[in-house]
Design a protein around this ligand. Structure first.
Ligand code: NIG
Ligand code: FE
Length: 412
């Protein structure tokens, strides 16, 4: 099966040679080809270039992209999109003056979602979550990481991971699963942290590993949640089962968690709203991707990740949606990119690099996703006609996507 896309006004994120990520000043460079073609063979990108060199061949399908931009699908490396119900009352409570932390202290927040999840059947959770998955596919996401973390019981965590597995089997989007048992301490373990850590390490992890339900492990390393030492225990245990870590860290406070993540060779450190100079120093010359979640900052009114500081230190940066019921009830990656440009002063080139190739790196798939490169998966966005790709973040409230291609097939 061959599909040829012709007359592309501008083809973005063109990389002749496979790269795994872009860092520092390289992030400002987004290679493109104007007036381009792209050939897909059996779901893979097999040729691309200028229209002058477009092969004259018979194909099964031709798409005329005159006036339109084509780019790789978004790679959203951090979500919690499998959950039950939602938390719109907490949204109103925050408008009326409570903070995220105050709501959590009253038993709301993550524990509120965990209660709902444990009361809901696996089938119902699947049905609610597939609606969100279908929505982000239509919004241009072609690869997504989904975390557990709203179970906080052996059965609850397994239930979420099984739902993630079923979604991965039934939808054409690539899904990576992350085990986040260490998201919050259930109330019965409030005074017995080591008891809950033992449950994660000795009960949940072996079952999850046996059923091959997770690719990565995560913990919420934060004041009032998991200490640096507790997070280290989780990372160490994960590594023993072959699960590399992707850690929630530096969301509200800087407690030297990043240094510990580097020590345990984390694939990514996510949030980073509060970052010290020491944190930046330890990230230099490592394989760990910093990940910013600007719609979380937007939604709960906390500082934005200091992208300029991170990029000017020569570091890479990825962008993700954090899609979850408490701090970012949206998985719209175009809005994430726009918010990064508007609030974090990232250029559109930097933000698109951060949401494609660097997002792919942050979920371990940059060999196959995140750029227009021969041999990579044909996961693509075709936009509506537009003046330039700057319109994607500029017209932040518009849906500028006309077609979505996953695995070479037009699916939305
Ligand atoms: O990434 N910070 C920790 N976890 C989620 C929010 C969880 C929730 O409030 O439900 C986040 O922001
Ligand atoms: Fe998160």
């Amino acid at each position: 099966m061959q599909t040829l896309i012709i007359n592309i006004k501008e083809l973005l994120q063109v990389r002749e040679n496979t790269i795994d990520k872009v860092s520092g000043s390289e992030m400002a460079i987004l290679p493109t080809i104007k007036n381009a073609y792209l050939l897909i063979t059996n779901g893979t990108i097999t040729a691309f270039g200028s229209m002058e060199d477009c092969p004259k061949i018979n194909v099964d399908k031709t798409i005329d992209a005159s006036g339109k931009i084509v780019l790789p699908s978004w790679c959203d490396s951090h979500t919690h999109l499998v959950y039950a119900g939602n938390r719109e009352q907490e949204f109103v409570d925050r408008i009326n003056g409570l903070t995220y932390e105050e709501i959590a202290h009253r038993g709301g927040g993550i524990l509120n979602s965990a209660k709902k999840l444990n009361e809901t059947s696996e089938e119902e959770i699947y049905n609610q979550s597939k609606v969100r998955l279908k929505e982000i596919i239509q919004q241009g996401t072609g690869a997504v990481e989904i975390k557990s973390g709203y179970g906080l019981t052996v059965e609850g965590e397994l239930k979420i991971l099984r739902v993630i597995k079923k979604l991965a089997e039934n939808y054409p989007i690539i899904i990576k699963a992350t085990f986040l048992g260490a998201h919050a301490f259930p109330s019965e373990f409030k005074e017995n942290h080591s008891g809950y850590l033992d449950m994660i390490i000795h009960e949940m992890l072996p079952k999850i590993a046996k059923e091959k339900l997770a690719d990565y492990i995560d913990a919420f390393c934060e004041t009032g949640y998991f200490s640096v030492e507790e997070t280290e225990r989780i990372m160490k245990a994960g590594n023993q089962y072959g699960l590399r870590s992707k850690i929630h860290v530096n969301q509200f406070t800087a407690i030297n968690g990043i240094e510990a993540c580097i020590k345990h060779k984390a694939l990514s450190v996510d949030h980073l709203e509060i970052v010290t100079d020491e944190d930046i120093e330890v990230l230099k010359n490592t394989e760990t991707m910093p990940v910013a979640l600007p719609t979380c900052s937007y939604f709960i009114s906390i500082p934005y990740t200091p992208a300029r500081k991170i990029i000017s230190a020569g570091l890479p940066l990825a962008l993700a949606s954090d899609f979850n019921p408490g701090t970012s009830p949206s998985g719209n990656m175009n809005f994430v990119v726009a918010t990064a440009c508007i609030k974090m002063k990232m250029t559109p080139e930097e933000a698109i690099n951060a949401a494609t190739i660097n997002g792919a790196y942050a979920m371990g798939i940059s060999e196959t996703h995140g750029s227009i490169t021969i041999g990579k998966k044909a996961n693509l966005i075709i936009t509506k006609p537009m003046n330039s790709f700057y319109e994607l973040p500029y017209a932040f409230g518009s849906n500028l996507i006309e077609q979505v291609i996953l695995d070479g097939k037009v699916i939305a």
